[in-house]
Design a protein around this ligand. Structure first.
Ligand code: GLN
Length: 453
């Protein structure tokens, strides 16, 4: 039934880059056979999911939504996807995303933008599903996939979840192996689940997480049974409200949703305390130095030799081939990031930008460490507004980057953070509430998320 729904919704949503109905059916048949043989079933047994097209999937085209990888069929499977198949999940297909996961609206994909299943009342203007995991959010919100994988470098699980009224968690940096995930900014990239509710996220995260010797930053820690320990009784817990997130000119609907979230957590027994994260205002510029710096280094590997596209003009030499391939293969936003990254890493500017950004990153981390001496989790909005229309922000990159203002601080600090539905705005569009936790405390985040849901 999900395979049929995926096919039926493709024209309206453009959520998938390729579909793999045979994989979903094969996984279901394998689960049936195991069940008949009395074998134990995995956590995700029989669940068909969408896979963000940033995860390498063996013999299935993996593009990162870029022309430069068109036709690339990896010979290997990412650790996270392999774990999901081992747990009994099946693959419906590869989900569309912002090119190389760079974006907040899914408009940078080389395969056309994803369209949110949501609309404003009496308005047919197509809305952004958020980004970069916009194929994932649209597919789950439209109920054509029960769950999907996402990745989050600066908000790409949380913001699309917020825009489409679903839940998604970015775990502590290192929980999910990055091996086999197309790299964007390696010190920030984390995989996580996007699903209809908090319980589904807990189950799927358990299947995805775990130590992997193939990723040098993988956490060597046991994966707790988050689902079993879910508990929305928050008596004895303190919830921090960061003063600096109350921005001047904040959308009143977003402010109201935040107030509502505070009330829900109080009802669940939590004590509310104000906390301060004094370096918040530097998070966005810090992120937009560090992420492009790492991206410019990671994307050097797309040279026309090893993967996908090769543009070899007549009589061209090696350098010409590199240049032609990269000019034809990368989209405008990817090129912008490579240029910014190359600039901030260049000999004359390294200290002024990159080193400085690393120092501020440490200060931002310390802000959270201090705040978590006064509270157990932090509650904030996920994004400064509900979903915007496609095309509304794509002409101005800075305007688009501002959308990440609430999501990048937790990314820079490597902390677990989740978005859960937090009511609707004046147009009836979903808003997201974000719960940020201490490192390794996914449980605390999930429990607060459950209390809000
Ligand atoms: N919107 C942010 C960016 O464009 C975050 C992307 C992400 O988390 N992958 O970098």
């Amino acid at each position: 039934a999900f395979n049929a729904a995926v096919a039926e919704a493709q024209d309206a949503l453009n959520a998938f880059i390729v579909t793999t109905p045979e994989k979903a059916l094969a996984a279901a048949a394998a689960v049936d056979a195991d069940r008949a043989a009395g074998k134990p079933l995995g956590k995700m047994a029989g669940v068909p999911i969408g896979m963000k097209d940033l995860f390498a999937t063996q013999d299935v085209q993996t593009t990162a939504a870029s022309k430069i990888l068109e036709g690339f069929k990896p010979k290997y499977e990412s650790t996270v996807s392999a774990r999901l198949w081992q747990a009994g999940a099946g693959m419906l297909g590869k989900l569309n995303l912002d090119q190389f996961a760079m974006g907040s609206s899914n408009e940078t994909s080389a395969f056309g933008n994803v369209i949110s299943p949501w609309r404003r009342p009496n308005d047919t203007a197509p809305l952004a599903p958020g980004g970069s995991s916009g194929g994932s959010s649209a597919a789950v919100a439209a109920r054509i996939a029960p769950a999907a994988t996402g990745t989050d470098t600066g908000g790409s699980i949380r913001q699309p979840a917020a825009f489409t009224g679903i839940s998604g968690i970015k775990p502590t940096y290192g929980r999910c192996s990055r091996w086999g995930i197309v790299a964007f900014a390696s010190s920030l990239d984390q995989a996580g689940p996007m699903a209809r509710d908090v319980r589904d996220c807990a189950i799927m995260l358990e299947a995805m997480a775990g130590f992997d010797p193939k990723d040098s930053t993988s956490l060597d820690m046991p994966v707790p049974d988050w689902e079993a320990a879910l508990n929305d009784d928050l008596r004895g817990k303190k919830v921090g409200i960061p003063r600096e997130y109350r921005l001047d000119g904040m959308d009143p609907d977003v402010a109201a949703s935040w107030e509502q979230g505070i009330a829900w957590l109080k009802d669940a027994g939590a004590e509310i305390v104000e906390v301060s994260l004094p370096h918040t205002k530097y998070a966005l510029p810090t992120y937009y130095i560090i992420a492009p710096a790492e991206a410019s280094s990671n994307l050097a590997r797309y040279d026309g030799v090893r993967y996908g596209l090769r543009d070899l003009p007549d009589g061209a030499g090696l350098q010409d081939m590199y240049a032609a391939t990269r000019a034809a293969g990368f989209g405008a936003e990817v090129k912008r990031r490579i240029l910014i990254g190359t600039y901030v890493l260049s000999a004359g500017f390294y200290d002024a930008y990159y080193t400085q950004a690393q120092k501020v990153r440490t200060l931002i981390s310390h802000d959270f460490t201090n705040a978590f001496t006064q509270c157990d989790v932090i509650l904030a909005p996920t994004a400064p507004s509900a979903a915007f229309a496609l095309g509304e922000k794509s002409a101005d990159p800075l305007e688009m980057y501002l959308n990440d203002v609430f999501s990048v601080p937790a990314s820079l600090a490597g902390l677990p953070a989740m978005s859960v539905p937090g009511g609707v705005d004046r147009n009836g569009l979903p808003l997201g509430l974000q719960v940020i936790g201490r490192a390794f405390d996914e449980q605390g985040v999930l429990n607060a998320g459950l209390a809000i849901e």
